[in-house]
Design a protein around this ligand. Structure first.
Ligand code: SME
Length: 137
C-alpha cells in the first residue's frame, strides 16, 4: 500500500545519504524480520546489490544481531567465522538493531572497504538513526 511505499522511499534516501556523506560507509541497508518467519529480509539499501536478501536468524553478523538484540561491530570481517561475505572489498561491518516498542524488528547494516573504521560515535549515531526510523515505521 501507499504507506509502505513511502516508507521504503524514505529508507532508501537515508541509505543514500549515509553512503554518500560518510566516506567509510560503502554499503548501507535495512533488514527487517520477514513476517513471522525466523529470517531477515533486505528492504532499502544503497551500494552494490547483494545476493543475500534473505538471512536466517543466527546466520552471519546480521542473523546474530537478530537474536542477540545487541550492536555488533566487526573491525575485521576475516576474523569472523559466522560471517556472510557480500563483496570481496568489504573489510569491516557494523550492525545496529532497530527496536519498535522494545522489540527487535530489524537492523541497519553497514559495510566498509576501510579496515577497522567504526567507533562508539558510529554506534551512537546509528542508534539515533534507527530511533528516528522507528518513528516512521
Ligand atoms: N555480511 C552480512 C551479510 C549482509 S551483507 O553485508 C550486505 C552478514 O554477515 O550477516
Amino acid at each position: 500500500n501507499d504507506k509502505v511505499l513511502i516508507t521504503e522511499e524514505k529508507l532508501s534516501k537515508i541509505c543514500e545519504l549515509l553512503k554518500e556523506n560518510i566516506e567509510y560507509y560503502n554499503w548501507v541497508g535495512f533488514y527487517f524480520k520477514n513476517g513471522d518467519k525466523d529470517e531477515l529480509k533486505l528492504h532499502a539499501f544503497a551500494g552494490e546489490p547483494t545476493d543475500h536478501t534473505i538471512i536466517p536468524f543466527g546466520k552471519g553478523i546480521c542473523g546474530q544481531v537478530a537474536v542477540s538484540n545487541k550492536n555488533f561491530v566487526v573491525p575485521d570481517v576475516k576474523a569472523q567465522n559466522n560471517y556472510i561475505a557480500c563483496s570481496i572489498f568489504v573489510k569491516a561491518e557494523i550492525v545496529i538493531p532497530l527496536f519498535v516498542n522494545g522489540e527487535n524488528v530489524g537492523q541497519i547494516d553497514i559495510d566498509s572497504h576501510t579496515a577497522d573504521p567504526f567507533t562508539h560515535k558510529d554506534e551512537d549515531f546509528l542508534e539515533f538513526v534507527n530511533g528516528e526510523v522507528a518513528k516512521i515505521l
